[in-house]
Design a binder for this molecule. Sequence first.
Ligand code: KIV
Ligand code: ZN
Length: 516
Amino acid sequence: MPERVYIFDTTLRDGEQSPGASLNVEEKLEIARQLERLGVDVIEAGFPISSPGDFQAVQAVSRIVRECTVCGLTRAVQKDIDTAAEALKEAVRPRIHTGLGVSDVHLQHKLRISREEALERGVNAVKHARKYVEDVEYFLEDSGRADPVYLCQVIEAVIHAGATVINIPDTTGYCTPDEYGALIRFVCENVPNISRAVVSVHCHDDLGLAAANSLAGVLNGARQIECTINGIGERAGNTCLEEVVMAMRTRKDRFDLETGINTREMYRTSRMVSTATGILVQPNKAIVGANAFAHSSGIHQDGVLKERTTYEIIDPQDVGINESKIVLTARSGRHALAHRLAELGYSFDEVQIDRLYQSFLELADRKKQVYDQDLQKLVSNETSTVRQTWELLHVQVSCGDKMIPTATVTVRNNEGSMITDSCHGTGPVDAVYRAVNRIVKEPNELIEFSIQAVTEGIDALADVTVRIRHGNDVYTGRGAHTDIVVASGRAYVHALNKLIDRAVAPSAQEAAPAQP
Ligand code: KIV
Ligand code: ZN
């Protein structure tokens, strides 16, 4: 019987630390529901002391999640732990994740305390957290560059104090797989009370080794992997959930380990997180990238057509890539649309279906054939939880090599007033943004603009992602339309709505103490 590896998902905490990825409470709830469907064991929902928004997110996730453990991060500080305990109060299975640096570079330069003081602080934090919950995870930050003997001393002491899970992070993504695997083995063999805790791996991808390091960790005794959807996270990101789970599943012969993940939910989860965070998935990303199952060379296509396994080690359906042979068109009825959406796993009430049907007809008129990816874009517009202070109603541009690009836009505010204005710019998109700015008057700096085709062909939907900066905060907006200028306008207004929303409720980044 294979042993179980627990999947600890930190998309909503470490993942959200990706620049510009900040999520509102509703977006976090939607992702948490999907993570539960995916079958993760633990959802790290946030860092409750960091901001009112993070506190509310952990509290809200604790209320709705029934199957998974819900976890809140803290520093090894009493006030952090009290706040996390309060946020987790209604969770069925609450976990407090506390900890402190363990490498000399962190102790000397960041914390400015001795090894003895750090050990004592860690022990006190675990004892304090155990007053609230039975499940306490302790992280030893920068374990990858720490003295293994001191690391073991701290682990023994915190397990003695009541820690149930021991997280050994390669915080800086510095280790190689052989080295990290050996570190996990060293801990398992040299900490006398280690059998009383689950050993957890938490790797960062600075050298592109996070998945390999995590897998080396489980081969050497770890039984929990901390990871994120699409591998998003601080700097180069965290271990990608899809990669490690599919590696263990596809190479059962090497790992003989199992997880509780329903792999058929992977693709949908990946799309949802990408849409909510605005972080695109690179096309060649393993498992969930657009090209992960695309065969372009003639020899490969011939092989796959004769026998799929000649060039495919994973059946795309096993990760939820389930392309329909039925293509919807403008002649498809409401029923066909609702049916296909249900097959894709979405359930909507009649009012929502009516709204989606109108957008579907508009799209089908323009692009004739509507594919699953197009439907997913329509759904993400429908389910967007950002408060719509402004709505872009009309966009009109004139441009060309001998013309001054000029745009006229009409927007409606949440009180129903419609305002029209025009402006010229360096190109049509710039002109649209300037025209919107004349109405909305929300100072910001555009720091990123990218455009992708959702499907193939000249009539494809354009999916635009923009990032705007206001002070220290970055807001991401996305918009889709067959017209790239309209898609660009929608993405910009989406980002502006997020900015305005956060200006009312301060974001995690604004109010946060430094991450632990
Ligand atoms: O990378 C890291 O060390 C962390 C800890 C806070 C667990 O994210
Ligand atoms: Zn981390």
